[in-house]
Write a protein that binds this ligand. Structure first.
Ligand code: NIG
Ligand code: ZN
Length: 431
């Protein structure tokens, strides 16, 4: 007898996104998603996809198994759509305190940097986060991850960055490491000690502290199995860490074995494309102010662009050049940028905003929130599409075509969220 964890049959549309193991979709391919009409999929007991195709093809695969077959869960998706679990390419989910009053200040006309200069912004969240215990931060994080999961996210990149000194940065990375082992959502941790210049320090002094103290201490904690940051990040911005300091920090992180994924060109042009080339960045986020020369440089550096529509919306920034990035063949990923400034955990809403505010098509947005976001977090081999060998992370949509996931913006018709073949969220209970 062969037993499998899950079979889904008769899906009106099964949206694979990729059908040829692409590690990213760029240029015209970003506007193309693989869809199987009347689709089916089988997930084995290790949580991996072992068969996908039309229902007929998967039925034949089942019939060809040498032993009689059983399924712990055999789901009939008639009239429904099945998609890959969503991937959030950029989040800041570990923090305490509240900045709801700053939203009112911004509505009244204050800019992001003005709020920061008045003692709010990142500095305020740093003060609260330092004062919180690991247990408090874990509890807050778990609630946020639960909400993300309900919105369909099954993999998220997740940053530290509200410590800005060794002890609190390690505390945040520990909280992320624990959640990555305990929560259903898969996390890829990023060390962001260079998120802001700590009170009482210059950027140059903070750069020295990161390179000489924070990174070596994080490496020690990593060797002890307490933390596992795979990426290093810096907020490269005028008045924060500028080009040279950013480069110094990123290079030190790379030397310590971390891949590079930095915040660039959000409020001012910072030559982020040139920096991507220089440090061989894996990904760069925001990019609202990026010009053509820097787009070409990003393409030449094979760097993922991670665009964050919620932030441009809240801060009323100009749109990053999504169309030009795609036209130049840069793989565009999307992130919710969940943080106390942009309080959005939802990738369906993020995709909707990418379409309406950045001029992306729904297919480009879905690719941005699946395979390209997985690629930006170095998880394209395991996440971001429904293909044999990948994790059985799936969404079941109670809708006749997949585009309803984006079209229905704030309340998309996600009926089930499936992680590694297990049903982890079901929205179909009667009220
Ligand atoms: N721009 C820098 N960092 C975050 C905001 C963090 C905060 O305001 O707490 C971002 O990506 O939007
Ligand atoms: Zn960010």
């Amino acid at each position: 007898m062969s037993s499998f964890r899950l079979r889904i049959r008769n899906a009106r549309q099964l949206v694979q996104v990729c059908a040829n193991n692409e590690k990213a979709k760029c240029g015209p391919a970003q506007d193309d998603v693989a869809v199987i009409e009347d689709g089916a999929v089988v997930v084995d007991n290790s949580g991996r996809i072992v068969a996908v195709g039309t229902t007929d093809v998967v039925d034949a695969w089942v019939a060809a198994q040498p032993q009689p077959v059983t399924f712990a869960n055999d789901f009939d998706a008639t009239g429904r759509c099945v998609l890959p679990g969503l991937v959030d390419g950029h989040t800041h989910p570990v923090w305490s305190g509240s900045r709801v009053d700053e939203f009112a200040m911004k509505l009244a006309g204050a800019t992001y940097m003005e709020v920061h200069a008045m003692g709010g912004g990142i500095g305020r969240t740093v003060r609260c986060t330092k004062a919180s215990s690991e247990a408090e931060l874990s509890e807050l994080l778990t609630k946020r991850l639960d909400r993300m999961l309900k919105c369909g996210t099954t993999l998220a990149e997740a940053k530290s960055g509200y410590g800005l000194e060794t002890e609190t940065e390690i505390k945040m990375l520990k909280v992320l490491h624990k959640a990555s082992q305990e929560h259903a959502i898969d996390l890829v941790a990023t060390y962001l000690g260079g998120h802001s210049v700590p009170e009482g320090m210059t950027a140059a002094e903070a750069t020295v502290d990161i390179v000489r103290n924070q990174i070596p201490a994080i490496l020690e904690a990593q060797k002890a199995g307490l933390v596992n940051p795979e990426f290093i990040d810096v907020f490269c911005e005028k008045g924060v860490f500028e080009y040279e300091d950013t480069k110094t920090i990123l290079e030190a992180g790379a030397k310590a074995g971390m891949k590079i994924n930095f915040h660039g060109d959000e409020l001012n042009p910072m030559e982020s494309g040139k920096l991507c080339m220089c440090v061989q960045a894996h990904a760069a986020s925001h990019l609202e102010m990026l010009d053509t020369a820097n787009i070409v440089a990003m393409k030449n550096a094979s760097t993922f662009a991670v665009l964050l529509p919620t932030t441009m919306y809240i801060l009323k920034l100009r749109s990053p050049p999504a169309r030009e990035l795609i036209a130049h063949g840069v793989p565009v990923a999307l992130g919710s940028d969940y943080n106390p400034n942009a309080h959005c955990l939802s990738m369906p809403l993020t995709m909707h905003m990418a379409c309406c505010l950045m001029g992306m098509t729904m297919k480009e947005a879905l690719v941005g929130a699946t395979i390209n976001a997985a690629g930006s977090a170095n998880r394209a081999a395991s996440h971001g599409s429904i293909e044999v060998g990948k994790v059985g992370d799936l969404l079941v949509l109670d809708a006749p075509q997949w585009e309803h996931l984006i079209y229905e913006m704030a309340d998309p018709p996600i009926e089930h969220v499936i992680k590694n073949g297990h049903f982890v969220v079901s929205h179909n209970q009667k009220l």
